[in-house]
Design a protein around this ligand. Structure first.
Ligand SMILES: [Zn+2]
Length: 459
């Protein structure tokens, strides 16, 4: 069954490319209100495409007035087989600046083995790889090795809040044994990677106040504390000079990396030299006992994201400011509780503040980190499918960033999430001349075909 599907996919490359090109031609830019009708049209196009392939599909409207999500499933449930839920997003980033494109952003154009267009990689091309895997099975043998559902949202590029609500309110419909998310990259065309962790985040702002008004620095300076100085002194005591965070209890819940996990992470091709060349930084900075890969994905951070106080205009103004502010965020790793971390940082800063300073805190949302069991049968199935397709065993990586919807899938549906990207890092996503290698499209389809078979041990 798998071999028939693989053969079918190879024989229908042209046709699959045409379908993707038609889908890409709809400028479904979620950030621009003038494209609202196009966003809708892209959702409807995908729904109709699923129906034409023999799936049941409909739009799930947003309960908060956002963009609809496309749901699809194969009509013939197989109760004894596992179910995979495939995630994607049909909205795209704006194409600006238009004059830097070498071909029109919404006309799919093939040059040198790449398909150029907005959405080619992020994310239409990637989830169409899965759609075409289903098509290959259904057209070649009339059935699927396991149950398949799709949920394709229209708000990913605007940090949408609809999908988390839908996951919660449709958890029976979306029930599955594994969620497949392809919204990332391969390390190279012959080197797949599987992300098994995402960092979490807490973000807050602090205001330090010393007096009820700005003051003349000649009259009051020397008698009233300067909140800018006080805040600087507090912030300076949050970290030591090699980057270790000094907040009491901050590392208490951090997961300790096992030796085999450190060995696996050492395979990730990210080095100090990469970071220096990408950023122009003079030297890397961070906990010396951890590698750059470990610091990126397995260690938490505390960073000042903004800092302001007093007079910052031209010339001089001898003011003693009344208040000083900072925006601070912490990237969190598995087992750290965002609310607990915020409380620890807040209490630590309060202890460092003298009686002449009042600190006030405001939080802006939080998300816990995600960790997926590398040894779960679902991840192992994905690893076998990836190795058979790309020719090398996948590298397991921990992402430094956060994908909130992955947390929601994992939390509400309570199943592993496979993060297997099909694009390449130099595909210019969110930038002019976005592209998706034709080989990536084809291999993505093959990897998806193999994954479905591996899930039921039929490869
Ligand atoms: Zn994107």
């Amino acid at each position: 069954m798998q071999d028939l599907a693989l053969t079918y996919a190879r024989e229908h490359r042209e046709h699959y490319l045409n379908d993707l090109s038609e889908y890409i031609a709809i400028p479904s830019i979620s950030a621009m209100p003038e494209h609202a009708a196009d966003v809708r049209r892209a959702g409807e196009w995908l729904r109709d495409h699923f129906i034409a392939l023999g799936l049941q599909s409909w739009l799930i409207e947003s309960p908060i007035g956002g963009n609809a999500s496309v749901y699809a499933e194969w009509k013939h449930p197989q109760p004894d087989k596992p179910t995979v839920l495939i995630y994607g997003h049909y909205d795209v980033q704006p194409a600006d600046p238009l004059d830097l494109w070498h071909s029109p952003p919404f006309t799919a154009t093939v040059r040198d083995g790449y398909l150029y267009a907005r959405g080619a990689d992020d994310n239409k091309g990637q989830h169409m790889s899965h759609v075409k895997a289903i098509e290959s099975y259904l057209k070649s043998s009339g059935s699927l090795p396991c149950n398949v559902k799709f949920i394709v949202e229209g708000e990913e590029e605007i940090g949408g809040s609809t999908l988390p609500l839908l996951i919660e309110s449709h958890k029976e419909l979306l029930a599955c044994d594994v969620v497949m998310v392809s919204d990332g990259g391969l390390l190279a065309l012959d080197q797949p990677s599987l992300e098994y962790g995402l960092r979490g985040l807490v973000y807050f702002e602090v205001e330090a106040r010393a007096a009820n008004r700005d003051m003349h620095s000649g009259i009051y300076g020397g008698n009233v504390q300067n909140p800018a100085m006080a805040l600087a002194q507090i912030l300076a005591q949050l970290k030591d000079n090699v980057g270790r965070i000094l907040v009491d209890g901050f590392y208490d819940d951090v997961r300790v990396l096992a030796a085999d996990e450190r060995a696996e992470l050492a395979r990730v091709p990210l080095t100090e030299a990469t970071i220096l060349s990408e950023t122009g930084a003079l030297k890397t900075f961070g906990e010396p006992e951890f590698s750059v890969v470990e610091r990126m994905g397995a260690r938490p951070t505390l960073e000042i994201n903004g800092l302001w106080s007093g007079y910052t205009g031209a010339g001089q103004k001898t003011v003693l400011p009344a208040i000083a502010n900072a925006k601070i965020s912490c990237r969190l790793v598995p087992n750290q509780d965002p609310a607990k971390i915020f409380a620890q940082v807040r209490d630590h800063m309060q202890r460092l503040a003298g009686p002449e300073i009042t600190l006030r805190f405001q939080t802006f949302g939080e998300a816990a980190a995600t960790l997926i069991d590398r040894n779960s049968p679902q991840l192992r199935a994905a690893a076998r499918a990836a190795e058979a397709t790309y020719g090398n065993r996948p590298v397991y990586t921990l992402s430094g960033g956060s994908i909130p919807v992955v947390n929601e899938f994992k939390r509400v549906l309570n199943q592993p999430v496979v993060l297997l990207g099909f694009g390449l890092n130099n595909d210019n996503i969110h930038a002019p001349n976005e592209r998706y290698a034709l080989a990536c499209y084809e291999k993505g389809t093959e990897a998806s075909i193999r994954f479905l078979a591996e899930l039921v041990g039929e490869a």
